[in-house]
Design a protein around this ligand. Structure first.
Ligand code: NAP
Length: 301
């Protein structure tokens, strides 16, 4: 069997088109657009390229986008002051602080200072609590897990009663996606198992999965014989395993591999995400959706 490919690059375009349509309607009916501020401290090249992509996407959707770049020696008090300013700014509906922050700044203190109703990344403890409660309490599901759930739903995979196995228990992927899949409701209602480095018989658990979500950061961790025939496999892992010269630009680029042995796994799974081009493009997409939703919550629509 050759698995159906679940492409983040395609699903991203569907969702962004929906967001752009809603932005146009809200602008016409209410005279406002979603406002997103990104605070970038210092000049970390990976952060700059990620932030650049965020800005391009926000502009494409007709958002108000504020890029607030700060010098690496900004003090913690100054950064907290900035966050306070954007918390009070009515034209801003989403505040994003690009991580990592320099060592002299307490990341937790900064993230916790963001108004939970503008925390479109969904990492504030209030939003983690809302996610745990589920249902209408949820405002901003964290972006990568939200993207994973969209991919599963939009590719027509049945989640109700499905055995979902999540490899990894990080706060940004493993724990939230496990929590989201066990909630009662559409696109969830699954029976969830989380596995990690202390799990005995990793293969036993993976083999039971109707939906296998792998977020370990270990290239090729999941072997093809661990996959149940016909399962949906979501590979979140992004691992740099070398470099190559790009045919397009002639520049050196990273060779990326997922946590699943893709070539062999696609002959067993029913559907599978590739790396790159799978989960990756979904994170910024869901950030845009969360920012739009923040404005909708404010307008009560
Ligand atoms: P993380 O914080 O390093 O967590 C990895 C988790 O996997 C941990 O819970 C760890 O277990 C578990 N794990 C590691 N090796 C394992 C093994 N051999 N067997 C079983 N469990 C194992 O990583 P993360 O932030 O969740 O990210 C995971 C991967 O997803 C990375 O490759 C990252 O680059 C990628 N990622 C992609 C996106 C995207 O595409 N947009 C977003 C976020 C992350 P312990 O808790 O026991 O240590």
């Amino acid at each position: 069997m050759t698995a159906k490919l679940i492409l983040g690059t395609e699903i991203r375009e569907q969702i962004l088109a929906e967001v752009a349509d809603e932005v146009k309607q809200i602008k016409a009916n209410h005279g406002v657009v979603p406002g997103l501020v990104t605070i970038l401290v210092g000049e970390n090249p990976a952060s700059i390229s990620y932030v650049t992509l965020k800005i391009e996407t926000a502009h494409r959707l007709g958002f108000k986008e504020v890029q607030d770049s700060q010098k690496v020696d900004i003090t913690e008090a100054q950064l907290l002051g900035l966050i306070d300013k954007y918390n009070k700014d009515d034209s801003i509906h989403g505040i994003l602080v690009q991580l990592p922050l320099p060592k002299h700044i307490d990341e937790k203190k900064v993230l916790n200072a963001i108004d939970p109703d503008k925390d479109v990344d969904g990492f504030h403890p209030v939003n983690v609590g809302r996610l745990m409660i589920g249902g209408s309490e949820v405002k901003f599901p964290p972006c990568t897990p939200a993207g994973i759930q969209e991919m599963i739903v939009r590719s027509g995979v049945e989640t109700k009663g499905a055995e979902v196995v999540v490899v990894g228990r990080s706060n940004i992927v493993g724990k939230p996606i496990a929590n989201m899949m066990l909630q009662k409701g559409k696109g969830a209602n699954s029976t969830v198992t989380i596995v990690h480095t202390a799990t005995k018989n990793l293969d036993f658990h993976c083999k039971r999965a109707d939906i296998l979500i792998v977020a370990a950061g270990v290239p090729g961790l999941v072997k093809p014989e661990w996959i149940k025939p016909g399962a949906c496999v979501i590979d979140v892992g992004v691992n740099r395993v070398g470099e190559k010269v790009s045919e397009k630009t002639g520049k050196k680029i990273a060779i990326l591999r997922g946590d699943v042995d893709f070539d062999a796994a696609k002959e067993i799974a029913g559907s599978i995400t590739p790396v790159p081009g799978g989960v990756g493009p979904m994170t910024i997409t869901m950030l845009m959706k969360n920012t739009l939703n923040s404005l909708k919550f404010k307008l009560g629509i």
